[in-house]
Design a binder for this molecule. Sequence first.
Ligand code: ZN
Length: 213
Amino acid sequence: MAQAATDKGLQLLGITEHGPGIPGTIDPIYFRNLWTIPRKMYGVELLLGSELNIIDYKGNVDLGEEYLKRMDICIAGLHSLCYTPGTVEQNTSAVIGAIRNPYIKIITHPGDGTAVLDYEPIVLAAKEHHTLLEINNSSLDPYREKETAPDNFREILCLCKKYHQPVILGSDAHISFAIAKYDLIYPLLAETEFPETLIMNDKLEAFKAYIKQ
Ligand SMILES: [Zn+2]
């Protein structure tokens, strides 16, 4: 993954293995061992951590603080394998609960359609708590796409534009070939005339400063 990122000209790569709620993911002991991995490989800087699972309507996640505090970056999202969708209020409260968690810096694929969400309070909470929302390429892939995904991400982009809330584009690459693949997001950015200044991917120092706060 690091070599592929370098080959594509990236300066920084985030690798966030799924938390234990997803069947078949790594054992939690993996996260205790992240200290052994160099944070620069093949010329690319690495941020290592976890994509945590939001597991209830309060926004609790599937690893405790003893793990979260050891990671370079924690991100969190809803996954149907370990989240039971509730009402729109319950789902929205689940995501906002995760946004309020000071260890969580990015909410992954909030538009993927796993649960029905009310995006305005989510964008406002993200702004208040200094959390990024991810615009996820993989969720827009016709192979995986739920029919609401394009409209959801379009609405998130419009709200982020309205409230001057930055976003991060995510390839959600589960294989090296997909790193930095954002082809399905570009039409949505064009359609919503989303300001380039609010996209964090190519603003390395601003991104690092953002996730430190
Ligand atoms: Zn995910």
